[in-house]
Write a protein that binds this ligand. Structure first.
Ligand code: NAD
Ligand code: AHE
Ligand code: ZN
Length: 373
């Protein structure tokens, strides 16, 4: 079938919006009509060419919501008409990772997914007669996509697509990192590095679980008012610190010894170190969420760990793809999570490159492509 898509033909170049061909679902696969998709910084990272798993040509996008239109043989958990979110961390419920109950990192199809392929090693998209790679198992920059059944989270039908799509990455990554990843307790002190599409969701997750102090760190002071609305209690702008003061000492001072939990939501290895070192001696946990390019490494004095700080990280907030994604949609529908204030731009697919440019300039929080526009 013909579908409308934004194709990443080569790294570093604007996407090409055109008609591509999509083959129907094979056994165990699901055809989804994508109604809306968010644009995440990870799409920009992969498009830049820095992602070691970035393969081209590809249809990027991994933050979508839509409706099941057709299912392949053997699919039992969803049916045409169901409202769904395709998830880049699937949940097969059979692999050692899923069975461990210790991680959300299902391994069932990770190898093929990382090469931009469906589990059978082929692609469903093609352009001008040549195969086009899948991306993160989702490829939501197309108004139809095919994904494996284990990567389909069924959500309630009354959730608006143009907001539910953000649950497919940003909201779940931020809120989930607090509740399922780091497991922040009530009355904790929290420091959040980076107040963008992920950090603001960490803040609202921290507020939700009853953190008593939430320090937000960002070099862009324009982010502070929204962060305050989401629950930030103190703002720290590293660029505005007086000569001789540093972020780590300042957070230690502000929190009375270091934060119980810190989150790096930028993808900067220097700040990952600062986030670790501003965690409380003896028990502080530093959670890495930001994605840094291949070749980047984190470092600290081992003394920082010997003295009881823990370094961890999360992918998709530690959320199990099919089990936890619908819970986050429910949180939004019940008014416990705010998504509306974070969606700062709605565009038709044709304007997708403008959204990438805005992201580069640090404008807005989340742009959503609404396929009905
Ligand atoms: P964003 O650009 O919206 O937010 C980043 C924020 O960091 C901005 O407000 C910016 O002003 C601030 N910042 C930049 N440099 C800074 C510095 N030196 N000091 C302090 N603040 C600084 O990005 P986002 O959408 O929130 O994404 C953040 C990161 O999370 C990206 O690396 C993205 O790829 C990653 N991510 C990870 C996961 C995961 O599962 N682990 C999921 C989604 C996104
Ligand atoms: N191919 C990238 C992977 C980057 C990465 O860590 N991705 C996160 C999701 S970011 C969503 O916006 C993730 O899910 N990681 C777990 C996994 O298995 O990929 C790189 O840098 O190599
Ligand atoms: Zn993402």
């Amino acid at each position: 079938m013909d579908v409308r898509a934004a194709i990443a033909l080569e790294p570093g170049k604007p996407l090409v919006v055109d008609t591509v061909q999509l083959e129907g679902p094979r056994d165990g696969e699901v055809l989804i009509e994508i109604m809306a998709t968010g644009i995440c910084h990870t799409d920009k990272y992969t498009l830049s060419g820095q992602d070691p798993e970035g393969v081209f040509p590809a249809i990027l996008g991994h933050e979508g919501a839509g409706i099941v239109r057709k299912v392949g043989k053997g699919v039992t958990s969803v049916k045409p008409g169901d409202h769904v979110i395709p998830v880049y961390i699937p949940e097969c419920r059979q692999c050692p990772a899923c069975l461990s109950q210790k991680t959300n990192l299902c391994t069932a199809i990770r190898a093929t997914q990382g090469r931009g392929l469906m589990p059978d090693g082929t692609t469903r998209f093609s352009y001008k007669g040549k195969p086009v790679h899948n991306y993160m198992g989702c490829s939501t920059f197309a108004n139809f996509t095919v994904v494996p059944e284990i990567a389909v989270a069924k959500i309630r039908p009354d959730a608006p697509f143009d907001r539910a799509c953000y649950v497919g990455c940003g909201v779940t990554t931020g809120v989930g990192s607090v509740i399922w990843g780091a497991k922040v307790e009530p009355n904790s002190t929290v420091a959040v590095f980076g107040l963008g599409g992920i950090g603001l969701n960490v803040i609202q997750g921290a507020k939700m679980v009853g953190a008593r102090q939430i320090v937000g760190v960002d070099i862009n002071p324009a982010r502070a008012p929204l962060a305050e609305k989401f629950g930030m209690t103190d703002f720290l702008n590293p660029a505005a610190l007086p000569e001789g003061e540093d972020v780590v000492s300042k957070i230690i001072e502000m929190t009375g010894g270091g934060a119980d939990y810190t989150f790096e939501c930028i993808g900067n290895v220097t700040l990952m170190r600062q986030a670790l070192e501003s965690a409380h001696r003896g028990w502080g946990v530093a959670c890495v969420i930001g994605v840094a390019a291949a070749g980047q490494e984190i470092s600290t004095r081992p003394f920082q760990l010997i003295t009881g700080r823990k370094w961890m990280g999360t992918a998709y907030g530690g959320a199990r793809g099919r089990t936890d994604t619908p819970k986050v949609v429910d949180m939004y529908m019940e008014g416990r999570v705010d998504i509306d204030d974070l969606i700062t731009n709605r565009i038709p697919l044709e304007k997708i490159n403008e959204a990438f440019e805005m992201m580069g300039r640090g404008e807005g929080i989340r742009t959503v492509v609404d396929y009905s526009l």
